[in-house]
Write a protein that binds this ligand. Structure first.
Ligand code: G3P
Ligand code: CA
Length: 269
């Protein structure tokens, strides 16, 4: 289906704000989306998990302890797993004070709230399905929220959505349910295995530490499920030299906590 657009290019890799502009605002919050927008960054990355009562929320760790005040609010609920709290309980938590007092009162967003903010800024979204093995059926549920919020149209027509995961089964499920959505596998499959991944993933997204010129070329040499060469988004690159290195390898996108630094490093290449 050639209507599914390519994303980024070796000449012009896209810059993706990792968990939002997370060097400058608390990760995976609306404030981090706003910060990316104010820096003029067109792509944000997030992490989606599920509450005890089935709400989709944007948070990275499987525990709430690192990025919220959950230990103070619910001292008896160790180890404070996302899946053990209701949406109403999570809505009471402060997800900003740990980062800086200026962010006190910042909340853990629901996926719906998050999508609306990204849309308000006309940004593009790299949505990570985090720990899907903990949340059976989460793929179908995410697709339903995306559909309700108009994001499937944006995905198809505008090329504004990529769904990624470290879990290949989860991506295969997304591809089977909605073949028009672009997907990205987080990891670095052996070159011999790339054609098998290319049945269900459009991008291969390896850690920058594991990347080489040869590997990027090997990925680009394989055709993905929408008839285009597989792409590469790499993570997490926060310095100018690193950004120029991976851009020199020909990656399609750079995932970074400091999107302004990476954008400026890649200017005028
Ligand atoms: O987008 C790539 C990166 O987010 C994967 O690692 O742990 O930050 O979700 P992590
Ligand atoms: Ca992530």
């Amino acid at each position: 289906a050639s209507h599914v657009r390519a994303v980024g290019s070796a000449e012009h890799p896209v810059v993706i704000a990792h968990r939002g502009a997370s060097a400058y605002a608390p990760e995976n919050t609306l404030a981090a989306v706003d910060k990316a927008a104010s820096l003029g960054i067109g792509w944000v990355e997030n992490d989606v998990q599920r509450t005890n009562d089935g709400e989709l929320v944007v948070v990275h760790d499987d525990s709430l302890a690192r990025t919220t005040d959950v230990e103070q609010v619910f001292p008896d609920r160790a180890p404070w797993k996302v899946k053990d709290f209701t949406a109403a309980e999570i809505a009471r938590l402060d997800a900003g004070s740990w980062f800086g007092s200026g962010y006190a009162g910042t909340r853990v967003p629901t996926l719906e709230q998050y999508l609306r903010r990204v849309e308000a800024h006309h940004q593009k979204l790299l949505l990570e399905i985090k720990n899907p093995e903990l949340y059976p059926g989460i793929e179908r549920q995410i697709l339903k929220v995306l559909a309700n919020e108009g994001w499937l149209d944006r995905a198809h027509v505008g090329g504004r959505l990529v769904v990624q995961s470290f879990n290949a089964d989860s991506l295969r499920t997304v591809h089977e349910l909605k073949p028009g959505i672009r997907t990205g596998f987080l990891g670095r499959p052996a070159v011999a295995d790339l054609p098998a991944y290319a049945r269900f993933t459009d991008l291969v997204n390896p850690s920058a530490t594991s990347l080489s010129l040869g590997y990027v070329a090997a990925v680009h040499a394989v055709t993905g499920p929408h008839g285009r060469p597989l792409g590469v988004f790499t993570w997490t690159v926060d310095d100018a030299a690193g950004a120029r290195r991976v851009a020199g390898y020909g990656v399609n996108g750079v995932i970074t906590n400091k999107p302004d630094v990476v954008r400026d490093a890649l200017k005028g290449r």
